[in-house]
Design a protein. Structure first.
Length: 247
């Protein structure tokens, strides 16, 4: 992926990593369209930053297709999809009540990105230089005790990314997997205040540097996430589990 000159759609970009990445990609001379569920937030971000916006709820198939049609009508040159939308909710699997959270997590974090890829894949293959960027997590490889469905959803995204990259080999579509560590955002309440988490701006700085220096990358791995990503390979799984679950 080239770092500039793209037209990029980022659903789930109204806060956190998604918004920070949208702002930095816009600064890098890309046209960025952001999506989210709350029109008031989208209107504010459009006024403040000049984004084009579209309302989208990735947990429902119909709004995904409506958003796709709106984005492509306004931006037929769209060549990058960043499937950023996701939720992270704590669960207690010792009681049956965790099922509702698990279902919502899987619907948003697993089916949401799959719906987005399905909606845009035929268009992206018509562009000479296209990218699908998925968003997994270091927790796909080294899980956090309190978020089993989130961990599993990100493991799905990792394998889905690996698999569609194989199928899209030979096409114009590159598949990049963004693999964040714990970053100071409100993905979970209070997460922005945890000092051991990587500051958001530091994460975006390193991510943008990697995107610029590694245009052919399959995974974007900041240094902080590597102990989680490679814990099993390096024989440090038990230590990594202890570190992740110490918070």
């Amino acid at each position: 992926m080239q770092i500039s000159g793209n037209t990029i759609f980022i659903p789930g970009a109204t806060s956190g990593i998604g918004l920070a990445l949208a702002l930095r990609l816009q600064d890098a001379r890309n046209t960025v369209i952001i999506g989210g569920r709350r029109t008031d937030v989208l209107d504010r971000l459009a006024a403040e930053h000049g984004f084009d916006t579209v309302t989208i709820d990735v947990s429902d198939p119909a709004p995904v297709l409506s958003a796709r049609d709106a984005v492509l009508a306004a931006h037929p040159d769209l060549n990058v999809l960043i499937a950023m939308a996701g939720i992270m909710v704590a669960e207690d699997v010792t009681t049956a009540g965790f099922l509702d959270t698990a279902e919502r997590t899987i619907d948003t974090n697993v089916l949401g990105p799959v719906r987005l890829v399905a909606a845009f894949i035929e268009h992206l293959q018509t562009r000479p230089d296209a990218t699908i960027m998925t968003v997994s997590s270091g927790l796909a490889h080294t899980p956090r005790r309190m978020t089993p469905s989130y961990n599993a959803s990100k493991a799905f995204i990792h394998q889905f990314s690996e698999s569609i990259r194989l199928q899209l080999a030979g096409t114009s579509v590159q598949v990049i997997e963004l693999v964040p560590p714990a970053v100071r955002t409100e993905l979970m309440p209070g997460g922005s205040q945890i000092e051991s988490f990587l500051p958001l701006e530091d994460y975006i700085d390193e991510t943008m540097s990697l995107l610029a220096s590694q245009p052919d990358a399959t995974e974007i791995l900041v240094e902080r996430v590597k102990p989680l990503r490679f814990s099993e390979v390096n024989g440090t799984y038990a230590q990594a589990i202890a570190m992740v679950n110490a918070h």
